[in-house]
Ligand binder design. Structure first.
Ligand code: NAD
Ligand code: GLY
Length: 379
C-alpha cells in the first residue's frame, strides 16, 4: 500500500537557526514536531502549548538528574510547576505507575487546564500520555522525548498506554500531544545499546516506505552510531516525516498505520516471553524485522540477496538478528495470538513486498509460519 506524503509539511522554523519543524496534520488537533538543539532551557518552545498555569513534569530516576533542572530552568516564569519522578524501566510501564501520576495531579489540586510534560523515553511518554488522556477525561500534554526511539517514533502519533502481564501495550488510548519538542542534545548521554534500539525504528521507516532512505541509512550508519550531528538530525527528520504522514492518514490504525509495526509482532512476542526489559523494545523489533524479511522470502516476495541486505543493515545498527534460545515455536505462537493487529483468531503480519514497500498479510499460511518459527536461528 503506497500513500502520499502531502499530509506532512515542513514549515518555516519559528526562531532558532538550526531547528526544523514538521506538522502532524490532524485538522484542529494538528501539532508541531520541533527538532533542534538546545531546546531544553528555552521557554519560547514550550510556552505556546501550555493549557494554563499548572504544569506536571513526568520523568524518571535516570532522566531527572540529567535534564530535569535544565528543563525547569527554561520554563516560563509564573507557572505552578510540579514533578513526578517514576522508577526507570519497561517493567514499570504499568497502571500502578500511571496511578502515581494521577495521585500527584490530585494532590497538587491540578484542574482541567493543567499540562503534563513527558520528559524521557518511550516508557515515560506512553505513561504520561495515558495519564493525560484519562485525567479529568483528558488534559493537555507535551512530549519532550530524550531517547532516539522516542524522538523518531513513540512521541509522535498519540499512542499512549501501559503493558499488561499478558501482553505489551494492551491497555491504552489514542491521545495526541499538543507538541513534540525534540532536543537532539539529549542523545549525547544515551547508552550505545539504547541508541541501537532507536535505530531499529529508523531502519523500519526505510524498509516499509522509503528505499532511498534505506540506502541513505546504509551509507550513514557509522556516522549515526557516533552521533554525528547532521546525520542524526537528518535521520530524525526523515523518520518523523514518515511517521507524521502515516499518522495523518490513519490516526487510529484502521489501515496503513499498521505498517509501522513491521517486526513488532515477533518483537512483542520476544519482549513478553523474555520478561519486559530483558530485551529492549528496539532489539526485539530488530530481530523481528529480520524474521519478517525471512517470512517475506518464504512467501516469494523478497529474494535471498534482499533478505541479506535487511540483515546487514540491522546488524550494522548493532541489533540482534537471532531469536532467543529459550523461545520455542509454540512460545512465539502463544504470544503472537494476543497481538492487537489480529482479527478474530487470525494472525496478521506486516511483511515486505519489496524493500521500501510493506503490506499487511491477512492470511499467513500456518504451515509456513510454523516452519519459520521452528527453523529461525536462535542464540
Ligand atoms: P525507555 O523509555 O525505557 O528509555 C530507555 C532507557 O534510556 C531508560 O533507562 C531511560 O531512563 C533512559 N534514558 C532516557 N533518556 C535518556 C538520555 N537522554 N540519556 C540517558 N539515558 C536516557 O525506552 P525507549 O526505547 O525510549 O522506549 C521504549 C518504549 O516505547 C516501549 O515501552 C515501547 O512499547 C514504547 N513505544 C511506543 C510507541 C508509541 O507509538 N507510543 C512506539 C514505539 C515504542
Ligand atoms: N509505533 C507504531 C505506531 O505508532 O503506530
Amino acid at each position: 500500500m503506497k500513500t502520499s506524503f502531502t499530509a506532512m509539511q515542513e514549515t518555516a522554523m519559528p526562531s532558532s537557526h538550526d531547528t526544523r519543524t514538521l506538522t502532524v496534520d490532524l485538522g484542529e488537533r494538528s501539532y508541531p514536531i520541533h527538532i533542534g538543539t538546545s531546546l531544553l532551557g528555552k521557554p519560547e518552545w514550550l510556552q505556546p502549548y501550555l493549557a494554563g498555569q499548572q504544569v506536571m513534569v513526568v520523568t524518571n530516576e535516570t532522566v531527572a538528574p540529567l535534564y530535569l533542572e535544565r528543563f525547569k530552568a527554561g520554563l516560563p516564569t509564573g507557572l505552578d510547576v510540579r514533578e513526578v519522578v517514576l522508577p526507570d524501566g519497561e517493567h514499570t510501564k504499568s497502571l500502578d505507575s500511571v496511578a502515581l501520576i494521577w495521585d500527584a495531579l490530585l494532590a497538587a489540586g491540578f484542574n482541567r487546564r493543567c499540562t503534563l510534560v513527558a520528559l524521557g523515553g518511550g516508557v515515560v511518554g506512553d505513561m504520561a500520555g495515558y495519564a493525560a488522556a484519562c485525567y479529568q477525561r483528558g488534559v493537555a500534554f507535551v512530549q519532550v522525548p530524550t531517547t532516539l526511539l522516542s524522538q523518531v517514533d513513540s512521541s509522535v502519533g498519540g499512542k499512549t498506554g501501559v503493558n499488561h502481564p499478558r501482553g505489551k501495550n494492551m491497555i491504552g488510548a489514542f491521545w495526541q500531544p499538543k507538541a513534540v519538542l525534540v532536543d537532539t542534545d539529549t542523545l549525547t548521554s544515551l547508552p550505545a545499546r539504547e541508541m541501537s534500539a532507536g535505530l531499529a525504528e529508523v531502519v523500519k521507516y526505510g524498509l516499509i516506505r522509503d528505499v532511498d532512505f534505506l540506502a541513505w541509512l546504509e551509507s550513514r550508519m557509522v556516522d549515526m552510531r557516533s552521533l554525528q550531528a547532521d546525520a542524526m538530525r537528518e535521520a530524525i527528520l526523515r523518520s518523523c516525516a514518515i511517521k507524521a504522514a502515516v499518522v495523518a492518514e490513519d490516526e487510529t490504525e484502521q489501515g496503513v498505520r499498521a505498517l509501522l509495526n513491521l517486526g513488532h509482532t515477533f518483537g512483542h512476542a520476544i519482549e513478553a516471553h523474555q520478561g519486559y526489559g530483558a530485551w529492549l523494545h528496539g532489539e526485539a523489533v530488530g530481530a523481528g524485522m529480520a524474521m519478517a524479511a525471512d517470512m517475506s522470502e518464504r512467501l516469494g516476495w523478497l529474494g535471498a540477496h534482499e533478505v541479506a541486505r535487511v540483515e546487514r543493515v540491522i546488524e550494522a545498527a548493532g541489533l540482534p538478528l537471532a531469536a532467543p534460545e529459550s523461545m520455542s515455536a509454540s512460545d512465539f505462537l502463544t504470544a503472537m495470538r494476543l497481538d492487537k493487529k489480529n482479527v478474530d483468531a487470525r494472525i496478521r503480519l506486516i511483511l515486505l513486498r519489496q524493500l521500501g514497500e510493506a503490506y499487511i498479510e491477512e492470511s499467513v499460511p500456518p504451515a509456513q509460519l510454523d516452519a519459520l518459527l521452528r527453523d529461525y536461528p536462535r542464540r
